[in-house]
Design a protein around this ligand. Structure first.
Ligand SMILES: CC(C)(COP(=O)(O)OP(=O)(O)OC[C@H]1O[C@@H](n2cnc3c(N)ncnc32)[C@H](O)[C@@H]1OP(=O)(O)O)[C@@H](O)C(=O)NCCC(=O)NCCS
Length: 150
């Protein structure tokens, strides 16, 4: 499915978006952040945040951290009905551009071992496997660690 990018608005995530972000998250596996976690990240000066809005709805978002020349992808998600239309890549590239402009040279991320969609998405973006954190998540699942060099 092709996405018509002229219909989307890419912008910074505001505190007022958190309700929509939680609704989007509720329909997806693999993301279970609380309202407080989102608020805390949005208030931190080290956080870069983006949403994609289509008409009145938030259909995707991403959060990144920047620390000196290293950065981290904290979360990225696209509403199920708009997945595989390029929106995830738009969100990722928006973060990458801003992080690069601010001096980041690499990005780290972690993903649940069972999250095949996200692993394919990250590998497609050039992610290199750097390790595993065994039984990292509450349910005993391991985390796969990746690095992307800009
Ligand atoms: C991971 C996620 C954000 C990807 O977003 P998306 O909008 O579907 O990704 P895109 O359409 O931009 O895809 C970009 C590339 O990744 C590949 N890709 C994305 N999803 C894929 C899948 N399910 N299987 C295979 N490849 C996939 C695409 O083929 C595309 O490649 P191309 O550029 O060569 O065409 C989305 O699947 C998602 O929201 N998942 C649920 C939340 C989640 O698990 N987030 C990660 C943990 S925080």
């Amino acid at each position: 499915m092709q996405n018509n990018n002229s219909e989307i608005l890419l912008r910074k995530m505001e505190l007022s978006d958190v309700g929509d972000v939680l609704n989007l998250q509720a329909n997806l596996a693999f993301l279970d952040w609380s309202l407080e976690q989102y608020k805390k990240e949005l208030q931190a000066s080290s956080t870069l945040s983006f949403v994609i809005q289509k008409q009145e709805s938030v259909v995707g978002f991403a959060l990144f951290h920047l620390l000196a020349d290293e950065s981290e992808l904290l979360a990225i998600a696209v509403a199920e009905e708009f997945q595989q239309t390029g929106l995830g890549k738009i969100l990722f590239n928006a973060g990458k551009n801003e992080l690069q402009n601010r001096g980041a040279e690499k990005l780290f991320l972690e993903v649940r071992e069972s999250n095949e969609k996200a692993k394919k998405f990250y590998q497609n973006l050039g992610a290199v496997f750097i390790g595993t954190r065994t039984k990292y998540y509450k349910n005993g699942e391991s985390a796969i660690l990746y690095r992307i060099d800009f």
